[in-house]
Each structure stands twice: as structure tokens, then as C-alpha cells.
Design a protein around this ligand. Sequence first.
Ligand SMILES: *Cc1c(COP(=O)(O)O)cnc(C)c1O
Length: 396
Amino acid sequence: MSARSKKPATQVVGAGRRREWTQGIVNTPVWRASTILYDDVAHLRASGGRDTHHRLFYGRRGTPTQWTLADALTELEPGAENTFLYPSGVAAIAAVMLAVLSPGDELLLVDSAYDPTRSLADGLLRRFGITTRYYDPMIGAGIESLIGPATRAIFMESPGSLTFEVQDVPAIAAVARAHGIATILDNTWATPLLFPAIAHGVDYTMLACTKYVVGHSDVMLGSVTAAPGRFEALRDTSYQLGQVASPDDAWLGSRGLRTMAVRLKQHETSALEIAHWLADQPDVVEVRHPALPSCPGHDVWRRDFAGSSGLFSFVLDGGGERARAALIDSLDHFGIGYSWGGYESLALPVDPQRYRTATTPAFAGPLVRLQIGLEDPADLIADLARGLDAFRRARG
Ligand SMILES: *Cc1c(COP(=O)(O)O)cnc(C)c1O
């Protein structure tokens, strides 16, 4: 794939902003609509059609506010065809799965996937006659041995939710392509700035824009960006499902995107400082951060990624639920919450073993997942040091 013509920080500022949509205002304003009025019957008859991207037709098909964000996300993925927006990341995952899978098909789903992705596979997809086989996140090109006559799609998430294994996406994508199988990647952790997925051979790359694109913990939004020749199926399915991201939410998404490059840089620097500090603590046995050599798939991360973001986990040295809760409850600067990608730090007790069926990762103690926000890392480290004291006292 050709080199980027502009650096990512420049791209996020300008991408998707068109004069006819902004009318000179910097961020495309909120164009709300349900009804679109036509000049006359001839105009009405000439409108509509299978693809109304960039053409006002009916509110559900979007307005310049959604097109700005969709086009910006497409521009950030070198080689991509187009992007569809959704009212959440999970809605985006559901739409792309339904676009590529039909009754009787088999899905290969990474065992380290985000839990709601598993719920979709084990619930709706199964109900509609689509079977799922879970696979080891470290499988790489070995995925070929799992491909059967009914396999139609491979879903990846790299690094994996909670446990952060980095997948060999190019190797899996190459195998899939040779077998005519569609590949889907949940790229929420890296965003296209750290991992341009289409350029690495993926057919569909999905983002929970709720996280780093929005960046302020106040909007639900998702996206799927498609490789050439792959968009039509996604668009048709998404239209049939009636999917539409609201213009207000898309507007906040665009607003967040403009600062995503600088935010990611700070998340990266602070998270690395804290991850290295944690790795030196006697009560921490393992840090699962893709940029640390101890993380499964670290070599692949070094080869393929332009950097790291702000989410990682660490494993405590023994202790149980009570000692882990003592640590988390004693923190002042870390909120306790599920979503992430905002400006504020978060700590979450996580139990990945509960969500595995193909692999059985073993840990020496309980896990804590951290989202490192934009606070001063020195304050966060002091807070975690107090937390580890509380953990030690509770563990005994
Ligand atoms: C949050 C998240 C999602 C789902 O996004 P929502 O907008 O919350 O529906 C999907 N994948 C990953 C990895 C996530 O962290």
C-alpha cells in the first residue's frame, strides 16, 4: 500500500471537511432531517436509489453531518472504499456480521473477543443458523487448519479485549483471501492511526467510535470501513436494518476526531510510563500491554503497529476478589466503569477466563484493566502505589 500522503495528525484535522457541507464553518454543523423536500415530481423521481451517500434523500440515509465523519474515517484508512456509521460499536459488529454471513455459514471468532461480540455469535447468529468456532488469538497462519467448507468469515480483535494478545492480522488475512473468506477486524484499541487495517489486508475494519474517536465518554457511536468491492454488501444490509447514527452524535464524533492524534499520543506516553512502573512492582506478576515484550504477540505489534494506546491489564500476585477490590476501591483518580477511550482514567476488575472456550489462559492472580486518561501520570502512579498497599493489606 502506498505511503500516507499526509501525517495522521494532519489528516485528522482536515479529513471529511467539505465547503458545501460546512458553508465556511470549521466543524460541519448538525444537519438534522427526516423529510427531504424535492423541487418537483421530476426531482423526486430522479432521487433515491441504492446509494445515497452524499445525496440528501431521506433522514435515515444521513446528512452532511454523518457524511463528514464517515468520509474522514475512510480517509484515515489508506486503500479503503467507504465507511458506514452505526449508533454503537456493537451495532456496527452486528451489521457487518449480517452483511457477510448467511444461514448455514460458519464464523471463526477469536477467543479473546469483546464479550458482546461473543453474545452476538452465540445468540442472534446461532438463532439464524450461523455456527461459530472460537480460535486461539495466537493462531496466525495456522487458522488455515480450521477452515471448513462452510467457513465464510473470520473475525479478529487485536489486541484482544482484557488480555491484549496481538494477532497476526496480515497472516490471517492472507489465508482468508486465498480461501475467499471475508475478514473483519475490531480495531477499536489501535484506531487506523496506529494500525491501518485495510492496508494490512483486512476486508472490514470496525471501530467502537464511542472510545477514542469520540474521546469524551459522552456518545455511543460505531463504524465499519470496507476494502474495495466490499462496501456494497455492507451498505445494503445496513440500509435494510434501518441503521442510522444520529447527526448530533456524528457531530460529536467529528469534533472528537480532530484531537484524536494528540490524545492518543498522550494516552500512549502515560500508559507506557505506568505499565513499566507496574512491571517493576513486586506484587504485580504480569503486565499485559502490547508494547511490553512479555505480552503475547509483542513481536507482531512491533512489526505492524505505529504505536500503542492507553488500555492494558496487569495481573496481581495472588490475592482474591477481596484484595483486588481493596486496590480498586482505594484509588482516587481512577473511576470504575466499562467503557473507555475518554480523557479520564479507569480501573476495572476483569475475569477473562469466564469468556474463553477455545483456550484457557492461566494467571497467577486476579487481573485489573486500566484505561490511562489524560491526567498527569505522576498522580496516577502515586494513586496506584497506594492501591497496591491496600491490596497487600487485604491479601495478608
Ligand atoms: C466498547 C467496545 C465495543 C463496543 O462498542 P459500543 O459502542 O460500546 O457498543 C466493541 N469492541 C471493543 C473492543 C470495545 O472495547
